[in-house]
Design a protein around this ligand. Structure first.
Ligand SMILES: Cc1ncc(COP(=O)(O)O)c(C=O)c1O
Length: 422
């Protein structure tokens, strides 16, 4: 028997019939704020409003119902940084199957709790490994040992076909508005979403350019397809965009992406943070980092998309409220609004007032001030955080800090010191 390793638009139509009573048809909304900002027609496919707050339910459900009765009864396992796990847990509970769900220990608490909530007594959660890939290894060993069935988060034709069903909805919904998209932007982690969506668009809307968006610190599909022309494992990834931070894409998703993705773009993690905050304040949308990737990519396409019709898949909205401080901090750093220095500070009355008068602009603010060492010396070492009112004032700030203490250290550009001290 030959194993099927590719997906057609017909497979996606069939998946749609399988899952349509379980998944929500999510809205395709014209976004007036983004349309005005980029002088084009921007639509958002709101998968953050899906039952488990991400598209992942589509693929998970489709892959599980594709198992035969006996395999279903043996139970299912998965490895996931969060959203696929929620899809598997939700499905296990709906179909009354046993699920064992492996999640990296770095998974945000909100996602772990949601998995437990959706899975109820049908799902057991095991936290293991620092990255998705380490977690995956453990899950595969357990699956083999217990003769269960592993539901792959992306490298499975049924998972991919399930994810593709959202493209079918986009095309039907946009036909109602008589809109034809010039560009589609969607996040890439392991590549299941882009493979499914890209496949459906290539058949039903071939004029649409498919743009795959990856975090700059984990661009495994771009590296594999464009730079190396073979699958490579990234040795060091930034895990911040948890859903899309995957070190190694799948063989099936690699092969499909080669054919259906027209362009790749990488987005800095700080830009993702600014987009999350913007979506929250301007559009009242709660996007998680991977969910905001597609919208964050528009800035790099400003010129290309002018006057065009664009759809961004807002792929997930599971944002842990405890991450908001970090998101704000990363955004301010990226926007060059927040700056940290170590400097020698005179230990005498009036020194702080002098610093404020001589170094800061009238609307700048001190956000951190910490003595590292109080000594009997004339000066103490201080870590100071300054929030500028205007990022163009950075050169001025640096030269004022130099004048105050020429041996100061600027921490923003020193990753090691930054993570140690801030
Ligand atoms: C919100 C969100 N967006 C995008 C992705 C990337 O999907 P894929 O791994 O299918 O490329 C994920 C994966 O977990 C996700 O959770």
């Amino acid at each position: 028997m030959t194993v099927k390793t590719t997906v057609s638009s017909k497979d996606i139509d069939e998946a749609f019939l399988q899952i349509k009573d379980i998944v929500k048809e999510t809205p395709l909304q014209k976004d007036h704020y983004l349309s005005q900002k980029y002088d084009c027609n921007v639509y958002l496919k709101r998968e953050d409003l899906q039952w488990v707050r991400s598209f992942k339910l589509r693929g998970a459900y489709n892959a599980i119902v594709a198992l035969d009765e006996k395999d279903q009864q043996n139970g299912i396992t998965c490895a996931s940084a969060g959203n696929h796990a929620q899809g598997v847990a939700y499905t296990a509970s709906k179909l009354n199957l046993n699920a064992v769900i492996f999640m990296p220990v770095t998974t945000p608490l909100q996602k772990i709790n949601q998995v437990k909530f959706f899975g109820g007594s049908n799902a057991e959660v095991i936290l293991t490994g620092d990255t998705f890939d380490e977690c995956l290894k453990e899950a595969l060993i357990y699956t083999e040992d217990n003769k269960m069935n592993f539901i792959d988060p992306f490298n499975n034709i049924y998972t991919i076909a399930g994810q593709g069903t959202l493209a079918k909805e986009i095309i039907e919904q946009s036909n109602e508005d008589n809109v034809h998209f010039d560009y589609l932007f969607a996040a890439i982690g392991g590549g299941g979403l882009i493979s499914g969506v890209g496949t459906y668009f290539k058949t039903h809307s071939p004029q649409t350019s498919i743009v795959g968006v990856e975090p700059a610190g984990a661009s495994s599909m771009y590296t594999s397809v464009v730079l190396e022309n073979k699958i490579v494992t990234l040795s060091d990834i930034d895990k911040f965009v948890d859903g899309a931070s995957v070190a190694r894409v799948g063989q099936i998703t690699f092969d499909i992406s080669k054919n259906v993705v027209d362009e790749y773009v990488q987005v800095h993690e700080g830009a993702v943070c600014s987009t999350i905050l913007d979506m929250y304040s301007k559009q009242a949308i709660i996007a998680e980092p991977a969910g905001a990737l597609s919208v964050a990519a528009l800035d790099q396409y400003k010129e290309k998309i002018k006057g065009k019709s664009v759809v961004c898949v807002v792929s997930g909205g599971n944002n842990d409220i405890n991450r908001m401080k970090e998101i704000e901090e990363r955004s301010l750093l990226f926007e060059e609004m927040k700056h940290y220095f170590i400097l020698n500070f005179p230990q005498r009355p009036g020194a702080l007032r002098e610093f404020v008068n001589d170094v800061l602009g009238p609307k700048d603010d001190i956000t951190k001030f910490e003595y590292l060492k109080k000594s009997s010396q004339n000066t103490g070492t201080v870590i100071i955080g300054i929030q500028l009112n205007n990022h163009n004032d950075l050169a001025n700030l640096k030269s004022n800090v130099d004048a105050f203490d020429k041996s100061n250290i600027y921490i923003n550009e020193n990753k090691m010191l930054y993570s140690l001290l801030i």
